[in-house]
Write a protein that binds this ligand. Structure first.
Ligand SMILES: C[S@@+](CC[C@H](N)C(=O)[O-])C[C@H]1O[C@@H](n2cnc3c(N)ncnc32)[C@H](O)[C@@H]1O
Length: 331
């Protein structure tokens, strides 16, 4: 190796990136972060609490230290603040089930070289198959990801003091936005449009949170189901724009414009890239997921959202950071 030659470990870490997915997913599967949070701070104690082999527990601790999710101090392990916030079971922001789900998704990436050549999915695209069972698995697992964005949106829109508003959530999934917004504003009502099995999941989750009486669902395909005219104060489209192509997004935004009351706001949450596609890193990498799973989706630029919303009849368009996502709000 010459003086100018960079060391290979960064590239090797990326090539072996699945090690991180495996270690984090396996640790989540055995609730290691939860046991660490509750004071099991050695491999021996974790092995007993999680009912796994001590060799397995030590291997997971080594891996978690390597990826920066635990800290080690005089032989005692503890969660980093990030692991504590996002990987401990039962916390509203817990991504533990998402980490476990991603273990199962790793195999799908084998198709990526072929998908890149073809410019899209080589089997049935996940996002375009009606009532795809994929959603039933993924929707509860991704709910926690929307908690920070839903909270930022509620603040930007002043939902707590907005009175008797009505909300339309298209592709609402778990109903996590409705849950948070209905808790924030006890006079608000929300309607979710999604596939029937997904709406059933959302109704159950909203009932658990005690807000189901102000939550209704419409079963169907959002491309063809009527949104109504001047019915809603807020329309929401969270993590849907990335599965759709430009024309379909403009068509949905135009129908949102009609469905909103005068002065109403559309809220789009998604992984948005800078106009020159120079960042941020997370949405840039996420584009591969949409190439793999959708015929026309992608990570769209701020300028795409602005153009589409203006075409659809919106005037004021603003962007708000909710990392790794961005909120696009338009009136
Ligand atoms: C990535 S999830 C997003 C869920 C939720 N909005 C969130 O941000 O957590 C996509 C959701 O859109 C729904 N969906 C996708 N295509 C749909 C379609 N054509 N009609 C109705 N719902 C659809 C899925 O069932 C799923 O609940």
């Amino acid at each position: 190796m010459t003086d100018q030659q960079p060391a290979p470990d960064g590239v090797l870490r990326l090539i072996n990136g699945y090690w991180a997915t495996g270690v984090v997913g396996a640790a989540a599967a055995h609730s290691l972060f939860t046991h660490l949070e509750n004071g099991a701070d050695t491999a021996a104690k974790l092995a007993i609490r999680a009912d796994i082999a001590e060799r397995g527990a030590q291997t997971l601790l080594d891996g978690l230290l390597g990826v920066g999710l635990v800290e080690l101090d005089e032989g005692r392990y503890r969660n980093t603040p990030e692991a504590s916030a996002y990987l401990v079971d039962g916390k509203p922001t817990s991504l533990s089930s998402f980490a476990q789900l991603k273990l199962k998704h790793m195999g799908s990436l084998v198709a990526l070289p072929e998908v890149v050549g073809a410019g899209g999915p080589v089997t049935d695209p996940t996002t375009e198959v009606a009532r795809n069972p994929h959603w039933e698995e993924i929707v509860p697992a991704i709910a926690a990801q929307s908690v920070p964005a839903a909270t930022v949106a509620a603040e930007v829109l002043g939902l707590a003091d907005a009175g008797e508003i009505s909300i339309l959530d298209v592709g609402g999934g778990s109903g996590v936005y409705s849950a948070i917004w209905l808790e924030t504003n006890p006079a608000a009502r929300s309607t979710q449009l999604d596939w029937e099995p997904i709406n059933a999941i959302a109704r159950r989750l909203l009932a658990e949170r005690g807000v189901a009486d102000r939550f209704t669902t419409i079963d169907g395909d959002f491309h063809t189901t009527d949104f109504g005219i001047a019915k809603y104060d807020v329309a929401l489209y969270s993590h849907i724009a990335h599965q759709e192509g430009p024309e379909d997004n403009v068509a949905v935004f135009a129908r949102f414009r009609d469905a909103l009351k005068p002065g109403g706001a559309v809220v789009i949450c998604d992984y948005v890239v800078d106009d020159d596609r120079s960042g941020p890193a997370f949405p840039l990498i996420f584009a591969a997921e949409m190439l793999l799973k959708s015929k026309q989706g992608g990570t769209w630029r701020q300028s795409d959202y602005r153009d589409w919303l203006v075409k659809a009849g919106f005037k004021d368009v603003s962007f708000h950071s909710a990392p790794p996502a961005t909120l696009v709000i338009a009136r």
